[in-house]
Write a protein that binds this ligand. Structure first.
Ligand code: ZN
Length: 394
């Protein structure tokens, strides 16, 4: 090979330089007349085409049950359908897909599957919060990652526990146990290739909730949500507010509240779409390590207003040394039913419930439905504790 000063190569290099100069001039001319609507497409070809909206829970899984019996599944569906209709109306070039459009049960892996198969550009999971404190309030938007507080772990545990209602969840989710804190940690340590984009959208959502819908924003947070882990695109899980707070439950159940929240989500979506298309792509290399903005971490620490939310309750309905007893017909249609191992025994339990009143309601129902020996048990961070210990956390 010749070097730069060999005449043959020098001429070739000169030609390349001339060509480059020509290209720069042409580009400068083209760029000075940007057509706003087609600029992003011409520059890089990236368009946000498909969004999957995922209303949490549904069918036999009501999600959290709040003040006055309001159900998370109904609030999530109402807000999801409104958001989808706004996108269809104002951004007709975007394809809107739902994981459910009616009150039906959809397994978590199926929700992620719908988004993955559609090659969606964004996944928005919509939920409402619950805790054992009536004063807790505000919105929070989660991205996948390791929780930095017991409170965030509790939200993930509650949302992930819906897989207990699915058949064969142990096989389906590679042995993941939603009742153990360790399980939630393991998969949240995986590198999320879309973390930066997810945080970008999540921040817009919380900003709109605060400034447009005038809600109290608890900020962008991280925790190990199974449904986010299984999606292969930027994804967030939105908690619209606390159904266990009387005022917020009223707002979440109202037509007006649902419209405000959906329109805040729509504005966040529109802004995100515009920015991402101008930037070029939401695709990031999987091995790129994304620093987490410092303010997210601070938010989580300062907004910790309910340290007792790791407290939960279950109703024990039966104990046996024979695991196969669970196949008995009387256990088949119970909500939140699962089996816990304790030494040589198996405990058949219903729960967990974050609120003691909610657990008591289920306890009474179970007694009335033939489980006369049912009793209530407190748990802390997934471990069974005594009532004396529970009193310290309540
Ligand atoms: Zn939920």
């Amino acid at each position: 090979m010749g070097n730069f000063f060999d005449s043959k190569y020098f001429i070739i290099k000169l030609k390349i330089v001339k060509k480059l100069f020509f290209l720069i001039v042409i580009s400068a001319i083209l760029l000075s007349f940007p057509s706003k609507s087609t600029k992003a497409e011409h520059q890089n070809g990236y368009k946000l085409r498909t969004v999957v909206i995922d209303p949490g829970h549904g069918g036999r899984d009501p999600g959290a049950i709040g003040v006055g019996g309001i159900k998370e599944k109904d609030v999530a569906l109402a807000v999801a359908l409104k958001l989808g209709s706004y996108i269809n109306q104002y951004l007709p070039d975007v394809k809107v897909l739902y994981t459910r459009e009616t009150d039906k049960f959809v397994a978590l892996h199926e929700r992620a599957n719908i988004a993955n198969k559609a090659n969606a550009d964004l996944f928005i999971s919509i939920h409402a919060n619950a805790t054992n404190s009536r004063s807790a309030n505000g919105t929070e938007t989660f991205v996948l990652g390791l929780h930095r507080s017991a409170q965030n772990l509790e939200v993930a545990k509650r949302e992930n526990s819906v897989i207990l209602l699915e058949d064969n969840y142990v096989e389906r989710y590679d042995g993941f146990d939603p009742t153990s804190p360790e399980g939630h940690i393991i998969f949240s340590l995986f590198q999320d290739a879309y973390l930066e984009q997810s945080i970008h959208f999540a921040s817009k959502v919380e900003d709109q909730f605060e400034n447009r819908a005038l809600r109290r924003s608890r900020g962008v947070k991280q925790a190990g949500f199974l449904v986010l882990y299984q999606t292969t695109m930027p994804s967030v899980l939105v908690e619209l507010g606390f159904l266990t707070n009387p005022a917020e439950a009223r707002y979440l159940g109202s037509e007006e509240g649902q419209s405000f929240l959906a329109s805040a989500l729509f504005r966040a979506f529109r802004e995100y779409k515009e920015e991402i298309e101008a930037r070029g792509s939401h695709r990031y290399l999987a091995d790129r390590s994304v620093p987490i903005p410092e303010d997210i971490i601070q938010n989580e620490v300062t907004q910790e207003d309910n340290p007792s939310s790791a407290l939960a309750f279950k109703v024990q309905i039966y104990a046996t040394q024979n695991m196969s007893d669970k196949d008995n017909a009387k256990f088949q249609n119970l909500q939140k039913f699962h089996v816990e191992r304790a030494g040589d025994f198996y405990r058949f339990v219903v729960g967990p419930f974050n609120q003691r009143e909610e657990a008591s309601t289920h306890h009474k129902e179970l007694i009335n439905n033939g489980f006369g020996d049912a009793f209530l048990v407190p748990y802390y961070n997934g471990e069974r504790i005594s009532w004396q210990e529970a009193a310290k956390y309540e």
